[in-house]
Design a protein around this ligand. Structure first.
Ligand code: FAD
Length: 423
């Protein structure tokens, strides 16, 4: 069991170590204009990496919000195990490091004239544009679910007020009243995220509202780390969590905020709290830039992260089509570094080389126990591919000490990734 964790750690380190091989040398004289839209895990990391590689370049990060609120670890906030203030990160360090950070919403991209227009009407010209805008929710894709109903049936799939709202609704729940969570079909941000959330809500109910129960209605039959989650749920929450698969009438076709009800093919079910995780797509600015395809996501070259639809625009993070790499902060952070290096190399007249990428997703199953999945990927064949025999899952039937050690690793990862992105 320990061997399995060691193997994953080694492979993660190898993938990050490979980055150094591709760092461009002596490119600090390049004077290009680079604009990055989206200051989350992908964009903030890309901006900081570019600043360290191309000190003379004109690099601007365009981010709508003055404070970033992290989705990773927000499920602990919902489960009343962490405060929302611990999720907040400012852009102060980026500004102190000399990066130009513009707090505006980008509202248009002209891929021919190579400009980005801000909400206040100002424009920025670019030689290379990096988009890391994350996801938007597909309002209306699930009947009855709109921006207005999300105030009653929170998604909490973008962290911030929605996270707090869901937590407050759980706090206000009477013991004995029930909770529903709906999970959309893939792809969506953070494949294991719904099941980590289910675990932490079930933990909250078990410890604070023991007569209440969570019903998870899923549009899928299988999910990330499924055997590990099912094992944890059987051990910790047999009375407090029921997961219903698509094959077992789990797909929700309609929600009704007035009646506090969700409908499947065969049943209408009421609950006092309903957490709707709706279908998603690349955030709107990607669509406006012309880098989304019919799926609503962004096809890219897996080595340079350049859009296959628009030249000189790179896309990273959740907005991309990068499967089997998941839409995770870990992936976005690594893609931010690799994309920054690719942009620096392209501006210096060199072609970026294929490399090895890794992702680790930790999930809490209780407030102090976690499980993880590691993937290792190649990008040299024109697409991302899982490296056979690499990566892995936490072991099944592991003693509590192993789960607790993984929870500490998760916490260390969060500290490291937020430090890399926000300083
Ligand atoms: P984001 O981090 O969402 O950043 C996008 C940024 O772009 C935002 O700051 C937004 O304001 C800005 N933006 C968008 N449009 C514009 C515009 N037009 N103009 C200006 N700014 C704009 N991942 C993990 O690796 N580990 C975890 O444990 C984990 N847990 C999660 C738990 C939950 C509940 C959820 C929902 C997600 C979790 N994730 C986790 C996934 C992680 O949050 C995302 O994969 C990650 O945030 C993606 O980074 P990104 O840079 O693509 O997008």
């Amino acid at each position: 069991m320990i061997g399995s964790i060691d193997r994953r750690t080694v492979l993660g380190g190898l993938a990050l170590g490979t980055l150094a091989l591709y760092a461009p040398q002596a490119q600090s004289q390049i004077k290009a204009r680079i604009v990055i839209v989206g200051g989350g895990f992908g964009g903030a990391t890309a901006a900081r990496t570019l600043k360290s590689l191309l000190n003379s370049a004109d690099i601007t990060l365009v981010e709508a919000n003055e404070t970033y609120t992290s989705c990773p670890f927000s499920n602990l906030v919902i489960g009343s195990e962490r405060s929302i203030s611990e999720q907040s990160f400012s852009y102060q360090t980026l500004k102190q490091d000399g990066l130009s950070v513009v707090h505006q919403r980008a509202v248009a991209v002209d891929p021919v004239g190579q400009t980005v227009t801000m909400q206040d009407g100002t424009t920025l010209g670019y030689d290379r544009l990096i988009l890391s805008p994350g996801v938007d929710l597909r309002w209306g894709a699930l009947e009855g679910y709109t921006e207005a109903t999300a105030e009653r049936l929170p998604h909490a799939w973008k962290a911030g007020t929605q996270t707090t709202l869901l937590r407050q609704q759980l706090e206000a729940l009477e013991d004995g009243e029930n909770v529903i969570m709906t999970v959309p079909p893939a792809p969506f941000r953070c494949p294991p995220g719904p099941y980590e959330r289910a675990s932490l809500i079930a933990h909250y109910l078990k410890t604070r509202k023991p007569r209440s129960k969570l019903l998870v209605l899923d549009a899928k039959d299988r999910f990330s780390k499924m055997p590990l989650f099912l094992e944890a749920w059987a051990e910790h929450y047999p009375e407090h969590l029921e997961w219903r698969s698509a094959s077992n009438d789990g797909t929700v076709s309609r929600v009704d905020a007035e009646r506090m009800q969700v409908s499947t093919d065969f049943e209408d079910i009421e609950a006092a709290v309903i957490n709707v995780i709706p279908p998603q797509k690349a955030a709107t600015i990607a669509e406006l830039a012309g880098v989304t395809d019919a799926t609503g996501w962004c096809p890219i070259d897996p080595v340079s992260f350049e859009s296959t639809l628009q030249p000189n625009i790179h896309v990273i993070g959740d907005a991309t089509i990068a499967a089997p790499m998941p839409k995770s902060a870990f992936s976005a952070n690594l893609q931010g570094k690799l994309c920054a290096m690719a942009v620096a190399q392209l501006l210096g007249g060199r072609a970026p080389e294929p490399t090895v990428l890794a992702n680790t997703c930790y999930s809490y199953t209780t407030p102090n126990e976690a499980i993880s999945i590691v993937g290792v990927y190649s990008n040299g064949s024109g697409k991302f591919e899982s490296l056979p025999g690499a990566g892995g899952l936490s072991p099944l039937q592991a003693p509590a000490e192993i789960r607790q050690a993984e929870a500490r690793q998760a916490s260390d990862w969060f500290t490291a990734v937020t430090r890399e992105a926000f300083g």
